[in-house]
Design a protein around this ligand. Structure first.
Ligand code: ZN
Length: 422
């Protein structure tokens, strides 16, 4: 195999590129290039095993640095397709103090009862992996996934399990929006934003006092009706100053007031309030998921090993670039960019800091690992044998559980179905 083929094929994967598009580009330029089959062979025999090696080395050094220090972990799952037919679920555990990914687990839907169970399975595997490596896990912050809540409560009593505030406010915001759509309830709408902001304040201002969190949260029901005192024993009165501006207060007992109260005081929500995460949130995991989308777009299918390699690449990229500082101009001023976010419907501009340039040191490490592997295993046969050893526990393809069909029969069926009447 020419070295150029090896380096070109691995660069396609390392850049998160789509092989068929890159190969087509070469074809349009009339430049000779290897076939898709060769790309797949190189990927399987050389690039994927090298990605795994570099990630595992990186992960080991991260875990060594963490040592026995108590960890605050953020966890979140991602499905490769929206809806109910996802093939892969990935579960990421991040050290939230350091904003670095410590572990990612890939779960294929046929390893569990159905695709809904992939998230919990990923979390289970991730936590037991980190504990086996000697990590001391103090807090875990996730969304309010029902099975995750139950599992943490029953199996990890020694850890604090908190909910990411953004996930909770998103749910409350949606429910209030639905309430505002009910006939005669439009008066709820002006209160949605301030109610979700109130939740952030509740989470951040109560330290770890569960009753205070509940009381402060429920005080908003009085506040929207222009009552700012006499809330409860733990939270007697609102902490805002005198209100000079006129607000669109809700009338106690009115239809919109009742609809608002129903959402805010729902038993399911109130039960979870004590577990609102006071300090750390999982926003960085959302950022990481957008990096995964670059390396493994949801509209492309990848085989298990390639999916795993792309996930690890995303993690290496994130860990190298996730904590970049704000860039400065030539005279040392911080740089900002102006944006018109979709969520504000283009009506409001915001500024965001311009970060320093991304770096790709991990890609150099990976290229080096590919070259070393090629030197150690100079032909496909030996490299494939070695790669297969690493993937001996790969789950069976989904098609293995399907009823076998004969292609010829399908062709006959297809032809008869689309037969044009004469
Ligand atoms: Zn008030």
């Amino acid at each position: 195999m020419p070295w150029g083929n090896l380096l070109c094929a691995s660069s396609i994967l390392l850049s998160g590129g789509c092989a068929s598009q890159v190969l087509r580009m070469f074809k349009f330029m009339k430049m000779p290039i290897f076939s898709m089959d060769t790309f797949i062979n190189i990927q399987r025999c050389y690039t994927v095993p090298s990605c795994l090696k570099v990630w595992h080395e990186h992960q080991s050094s991260l875990l060594e640095r963490v040592g026995e220090n108590p960890l605050v972990l953020g966890g979140d799952g991602r499905c490769d397709t929206p809806g109910h037919c996802a093939k892969y679920g990935t579960y990421t555990l991040m050290d939230l103090r350091d904003r670095r990914i410590l572990d990612i687990q890939l779960v294929q839907s046929n390893e569990v009862k159905n695709s809904h169970h992939m998230e919990l399975e990923g979390l289970k595997r991730g936590l037991s992996f980190l504990e086996e490596k000697g990590c001391s896990i103090k807090e875990v912050i996730t969304d309010r996934h029902v099975s995750v809540k139950k599992y943490m409560r029953e199996q990890h009593k020694d850890k604090e399990h908190y909910f990411d505030v953004w996930h909770v406010t998103k749910g409350v915001g949606k429910k209030l929006e639905a309430a505002a759509k009910k006939p005669g309830c439009a008066a709820v709408r002006p209160w949605i934003k301030s109610t979700t902001n109130h939740m952030y304040w509740v989470a951040a201002s109560c330290k770890d006092d569960p009753d205070l969190k509940v009381d402060k949260w429920l005080s908003v029901i009085n506040h929207v009706a222009n009552k700012h005192e006499g809330h409860s024993s733990k939270f007697k009165q609102c902490e805002h100053g005198p209100l000079t501006e006129e607000r669109l207060w809700l009338k106690e007992g009115s239809k919109p007031y009742k609809a608002f109260m129903e959402v805010v005081s729902s038993g399911y929500l109130v039960r979870d309030l004590p577990n609102l995460s006071p300090v750390y949130q999982t926003f960085a995991l959302e950022v990481f998921h957008s990096v995964v989308n670059h390396f493994a777009p949801k509209n492309t299918h990848y085989f298990y090993a390639a999916m795993m390699a792309r996930m690890f690449l995303a993690a290496l990229h994130f860990n190298e670039n996730g904590n970049r500082e704000q860039a400065t101009d030539q005279v040392g001023n911080s740089r900002w960019k102006m944006m018109y976010p979709k969520s504000k419907k283009g009506e409001e501009a915001v500024v965001k800091p311009v970060k320093q340039q991304v770096t790709f040191n991990y890609a150099e490490d990976l290229q080096r690992a590919v070259i070393e592997r090629r030197k150690a295993l100079p032909n496909y046969t030996s490299a494939r044998k070695d790669a297969d050893k690493q993937f001996h526990r790969t789950p069976l393809p989904l098609t293995k559980s399907f009823k076998p069909v004969v292609k010829k029969d399908l062709v006959t069926q297809q032809k008869s179905r689309f037969l044009m009447p004469k």
